[in-house]
Ligand binder design. Structure first.
Ligand code: SF4
Ligand code: SF4
Length: 208
């Protein structure tokens, strides 16, 4: 698809640049990630965090009768502006991450109580299979790794989160009295040829 085609183009450009600079073509700069808090106030986030459980609506199509009359017409009619507005409310804000700082947690359980999908548990650490079974909501999807925090300062237990269930509503971060949870927007940075060029240039300057 077009996304892969563009990415392959980027990778080819990096290889060509490295080849011209007599550098090994199979070496690459590592990808980077930025995290920025979305907190604006006690109960305010700079993203729409209300989760809407409405069902995905069906895309309206031209009737079969019309389609057989004219075979070269566009079949999908698209949503109205109002329908689009409702559809985007189902967004799970996958780019906004729940970030946890274990040393700030006082184990008050407020985030566990407020989480609407029971994806948080504070418990003793243990082997993964056994840990998965004793979470508040047992984590059965083995393809989804669990988040297990460092030992918490008060009791040495750990905060465990099943990302499979989280709807990124931010209620845990809103409720937490010590800001141990925060909602942070993540931005991935995949190096392009110009980044490789800059890095090579910087290395040359350093050697000189
Ligand atoms: S963001 Fe919402 S669903 Fe996810 S852990 Fe926090 S309270 Fe639970
Ligand atoms: S609300 Fe905050 S302090 Fe309380 S248990 Fe959750 S993360 Fe820890």
């Amino acid at each position: 698809n077009i996304i892969w085609a563009v990415e392959h183009g980027h990778q080819a450009a990096i290889s060509i640049h490295r080849h011209c600079e007599r550098q090994p073509v199979n070496e690459r700069l590592p990808p980077g990630m930025n995290l920025q808090s979305r907190k604006m106030g006690m109960h305010e986030w700079s993203y729409a965090n209300d989760y809407s459980p409405v069902e995905r609506r069906l895309m309206p199509h031209v009737s079969l009768k019309e389609r057989f009359k004219k075979l070269n017409i566009e079949v999908e009619l698209g949503f109205t502006a109002e329908q689009v507005e409702q559809e985007v409310q189902r967004c799970l804000n996958c780019d906004v991450q729940t970030v946890f700082v274990a040393k700030l947690c006082i184990e008050c359980d407020a985030c566990l109580d407020i989480c609407p999908v029971d994806c948080l548990t504070i418990t003793e650490n243990g082997p993964e299979a056994e840990l998965r079974a004793r979470l508040k909501a047992p984590a059965r999807n083995l393809a989804q790794p669990l988040y297990v925090s460092a030992a918490l300062p008060q009791t040495g237990r750990v905060m465990v989160k099943d990302e499979d269930l989280c709807v990124h509503c931010g209620l845990c971060a809103e409720r937490c009295p010590t800001a141990a949870w925060d909602m942070q927007k993540s931005q991935l940075h995949w190096p392009h040829a110009e980044d490789e060029a800059r890095a090579l240039e910087a290395r040359k300057t350093k050697i000189a």
